[in-house]
Design a protein around this ligand. Structure first.
Ligand code: GRF
Length: 229
C-alpha cells in the first residue's frame, strides 16, 4: 500500500461543535456507525452545558466536553482554549453543527480547509439568524440549506453542497425549518464523506471536487422526493 492510499484509508477524526439539540450531530454518529463515513466522531464540544447534543454524544460513548464561553474574559481566549481542545483530539475535520458562537479569524484560519458549517438558507441569501422567516416574508419560492467551508466572514465561506426545496403557500417558519432540517441530515454527511474520501478540498478559497472547481452555489443536491414536515 502506498503512503497516499494509506492516508485515504485511515478513519478520519471528526470533532463536532454544537450548541443545541444536535440532530445534525446525530446524522454523523449514524453515518459513522453505518459505514457511510469512513470516520469516527472523536469528540463533541459545546459552549452550552445544556446542549442536547452532549446527551446524544454520551449515548454513543463519544467524549463530550463543555467549554463555557461565559467563563472567559474575551472571545480570543475562548477561541484559543477551544482550538487547543480540538487539537488535543487530533481532528482531521471540525464540523460546526448548530454552533452558535462567532469564531475569531485566528481560529478559523488555523483550521482553514478543514472546518465546515451548515447554514439553513440558500447562501449567499440570508446569512445570520431567522433564515426561514426572512425567506417567507420576502415571498421567496425556494428555501434550503448550504454546507460550506468556514472562512472568517460569517456564513460567507465557499459553498460545497446546497439542497433546495419549494416554499409552500401554507408554510410557517416551523414547517419550513422541519423540512429543511431533514435535508440537512442528508447533505451534511455527504459533504463530509467527500472530504473523508479525499475528493473535496478548499485551497485559497476555491472548492474542488476531484481536482475540478465546483460552481459557486456548491453542488446542487438532487432529491427526487421532498421530505414531509
Ligand atoms: C440547523 O438548522 C443548522 O442549519 C443550524 O442550526 C441548526 C442546528 O440543528 N446551523 P441541530 O442542533 O443540528 O438539530
Amino acid at each position: 500500500m502506498t503512503e497516499t492510499m494509506h492516508q485515504v484509508d485511515k478513519k478520519k477524526r471528526l470533532v463536532v461543535l454544537v450548541s443545541g439539540g444536535g440532530s445534525n450531530l446525530q446524522s454523523f454518529i449514524d453515518a459513522c456507525a453505518s459505514g457511510q463515513l469512513n470516520a469516527e466522531v472523536s469528540a463533541v464540544v459545546s459552549n452550552n452545558p445544556d446542549a442536547g447534543g452532549l446527551d446524544r454524544a454520551a449515548r454513543a460513548n463519544i467524549p463530550n466536553l463543555v467549554i463555557d464561553h461565559r467563563n472567559f474574559d474575551c472571545r480570543d481566549n475562548f477561541d484559543k482554549a477551544l482550538c487547543e481542545l480540538i487539537e488535543s483530539f487530533a481532528a482531521d475535520l471540525v464540523i460546526l453543527a448548530g454552533f452558535m458562537r462567532i469564531l475569531t479569524p485566528e481560529f478559523v484560519n488555523h483550521f482553514s480547509g478543514r472546518i465546515m458549517n451548515i447554514h439553513p438558507s440558500l447562501l449567499p441569501a440570508y446569512p445570520g439568524l431567522h433564515t426561514h422567516r426572512r425567506a417567507i416574508e420576502a415571498g421567496d419560492q425556494q428555501a434550503g440549506a448550504t454546507v460550506h467551508f468556514v472562512t472568517p466572514e460569517l456564513d460567507g465561506g465557499p459553498s460545497i453542497i446546497q439542497a433546495q426545496i419549494a416554499i409552500k403557500p401554507k408554510d410557517s417558519e416551523q414547517t419550513l425549518a422541519a423540512r429543511v432540517l431533514k435535508l440537512e441530515h442528508l447533505i451534511y454527511p455527504e459533504a463530509v464523506r467527500w472530504f473523508c474520501e479525499g475528493k473535496l478540498t478548499m485551497q485559497e478559497g476555491i472548492v474542488s471536487m476531484d481536482n475540478k472547481s465546483i460552481p459557486s452555489s456548491g453542488i446542487i443536491f438532487n432529491h427526487s422526493i421532498e421530505p414531509s414536515a
